[in-house]
Design a protein around this ligand. Structure first.
Ligand code: GLV
Ligand code: MN
Ligand code: MN
Length: 425
């Protein structure tokens, strides 16, 4: 199945009436995406590995294929597919020389079609292209689907890749809750995973390098394909405003301890602080309790997402927002608590690997991004690089996110060129 057919197959999964996607971890839509990936991997004779942390990797490992000795020829796709289940048993080997690509299939609430899936579909299409070119990789080539990249359901972005490299405490991950109070442990157990087994598994990704292709998420690119230089430092903070629930009609203004008021001041302060420190700051998620028209809320929980080119700018922005929140809380008799839920330091991608990509692709644009990626997490563990595909709308995390069919195919070509260089030399 080519790029276009794979894309069409995946497109309806988890899509809402407004065109946005809700592919949250361990839900029915997520399962359908995983089944789609499993099917695509099997039809190519790739050995499917389900790791302990909810990530999937499909391996094209010529040396491990049935009947293919070191000097053997690549078996036909049909014969490999017939033994694909046996191939699963071969998965789990340590592959120190491997090249890994791929991305994620989960989405933000009402997200676009491309963020994540473009990297997975392009990776499978790139393997097809390499096979059409008669390439016989000297190193294993894997396609990864990382779990909970967006952190849309359980709050911590890139949870699957963080768990593998030990960047989050497994006990904390097990206890992360979704909006309905379901824990990560409960949700993954319901899908047949053992939550007690999650945690560092660094050998699995002690590989030669990881290259993630991703749709570009701003309006920074004029060419179809670019290469990433860096990811801005970024984090998520939770504010809890606790006041006194009360009657909307009978409670005098002077008697109110309304948490909505300091929350509102905090939203405006986030914008001011971002402008002052050349950062971006967003409050896009809020829970109001009890959320009644005729009740003063008892509490408001709200999340701040802050990013900037430097760590100092992020920290200064958050400090200014915190000060404003506490000041407003004090004025309104509302308690304010702040907790850092995640923080990712600046990522400067591996320079030698980046330069290799730039050379193979003949001087594409090289650009930083304010978006977070599994590639950013893995860069602390293995040499990592990213390719971007142009997004002419400049919109992402929304249904308008887009990449033209021509640019998507240019992305597949570019990824295949890069992978060919990395697996053959
Ligand atoms: C993920 O896409 C993020 O940047 O938050
Ligand atoms: Mn995203
Ligand atoms: Mn993404």
């Amino acid at each position: 199945m080519g790029f276009t057919e794979m894309w069409q197959d995946l497109l309806p999964i988890g899509r809402g009436p407004g065109g946005g996607y809700r592919r949250f971890s361990w839900t029915a839509a997520d399962r359908e995406c995983r089944d789609w990936f499993t099917q695509e991997a099997r039809s190519r004779g790739l050995a499917l590995e389900r790791d302990r942390n909810g990530n999937l990797i499909a391996w094209w490992d010529v040396e491990a294929e049935p009947g293919a000795g070191a000097a053997g020829m690549v078996a036909s796709v049909a014969s490999i597919a017939a033994s694909a289940v046996a191939g699963d048993a071969m998965a789990g080997r340590v592959r120190r020389d491997a090249v890994l690509t791929g991305s994620h299939l989960d989405s933000v609430p009402d997200g676009g079609a491309y963020d994540g899936p473009l990297g997975v579909v392009s990776a499978l299409a790139a393997i097809d292209l390499l096979r059409d070119r008669g390439v016989r990789p000297r190193r294993p080539l894997g396609v990864a689907v990382f779990a909970e990249e967006e952190g849309a359901r359980f709050g911590v972005a890139c949870l699957g890749s963080r768990l593998v490299i030990g960047a989050i405490d497994p006990a904390r991950a097990r206890g992360l809750r979704d909006g309905d109070g379901v824990t990560w442990a409960e949700a993954m157990a319901a899908e047949g995973y053992d939550p007690e087994a999650i945690g560092p598994d660094p050998d699995r990704l002690s590989i030669n390098c990881f290259v993630e292709l991703h749709v570009e998420q701003g309006r920074a690119m004029t060419a179809p394909v670019g290469v990433a230089s860096a990811i801005w430092p970024h984090g998520r903070w939770r504010f809890d405003f606790t006041g006194q629930g009360n009657h909307a009609g009978t409670t005098l203004l002077v008697d109110r301890r309304d948490p909505m008021l300091p929350f509102a001041s905090t939203v405006l302060a986030a914008r001011d602080a971002a402008e002052r420190h050349d950062a971006v700051a967003t409050m896009g998620k809020v829970h109001v309790t009890p959320n009644g028209v005729n009740a003063i809320p008892s509490s408001v929980a709200a999340w701040l997402d802050t990013r900037a080119p430097s760590d100092a700018a992020v920290r200064a922005t958050v400090a200014q927002v915190r000060e404003a929140a506490e000041e407003a809380g004090g004025r309104h008799g509302v308690e304010v608590a702040l907790a850092e839920e995640s923080y990712t330091e600046v990522v400067d991608f591996h320079i030698a690997l980046r330069d290799r990509l730039v050379k193979v692709l003949d001087d594409p644009p090289v650009l930083p991004t304010g978006a977070g990626h599994d590639a950013g997490i893995l860069s602390a563990h293995v040499p990592t690089a990213m390719l971007f595909v142009r997004n002419p709308t400049g919109v992402s995390h929304a249904p308008e996110e887009y990449a033209s069919p021509e640019d998507c195919l240019a992305g597949v070509d570019a990824l295949a060129d890069v992978l060919e260089e990395l697996v053959c030399r």
